[in-house]
Design a protein around this ligand. Structure first.
Ligand code: AMP
Ligand code: ZN
Length: 123
């Protein structure tokens, strides 16, 4: 039994608010959003960390980027958004399944307009 929470979401054994899915990736809303728009883009293949990625994962990596573009279009934030990976505990990674954060501050505001948003790197 796979105990990885993101594998369980991929396998639909744990519910999530899905945004898009294809053969390589799923995208869903972050359960504890750190921005007005906060999605996670997750390869279906389990890879623990960016540190474990290799040439064999090239297609999955490209698919994550293309999924980010699609998610931004779907969530209507193409004007501006942030893509981020936390890598290992010292880099803020809590879930050991590679994932890309997509964060956006829509409504005609820009990152940093609000004082509390100066620290947007802390996701
Ligand atoms: P990280 O710190 O980069 O490992 O980010 C993990 C992210 O996953 C955090 O932003 C969490 O809020 C989010 N998260 C954890 N469990 C779930 C879940 N079941 N569904 C959606 N997002 C989750
Ligand atoms: Zn996994």
């Amino acid at each position: 039994m796979n105990t990885c929470i993101f594998c369980q979401i991929v396998e639909k054994r744990v519910p999530a608010k899905l945004i898009m899915e294809n053969d390589y990736v799923v995208a869903f809303s972050d359960i504890n959003p750190k921005a007005p728009v906060h999605a996670l883009i997750v390869p279906k293949k389990h890879v623990r960390s960016v540190n474990d990625l290799s040439e064999n994962d090239a297609t999955d990596i490209v698919q994550m980027m293309l999924a980010a573009k699609e998610v931004a279009q779907k969530l209507q934030v193409v004007k501006g958004y942030k893509l981020a990976f936390n890598v290992e505990r010292a880099g803020g990674q809590v879930i050991d399944h590679v994932h890309m954060h997509l964060l956006a501050w829509p409504d005609d505001r820009n990152i940093g307009d609000q004082p509390e948003e100066k620290e947007v790197a802390m996701i």
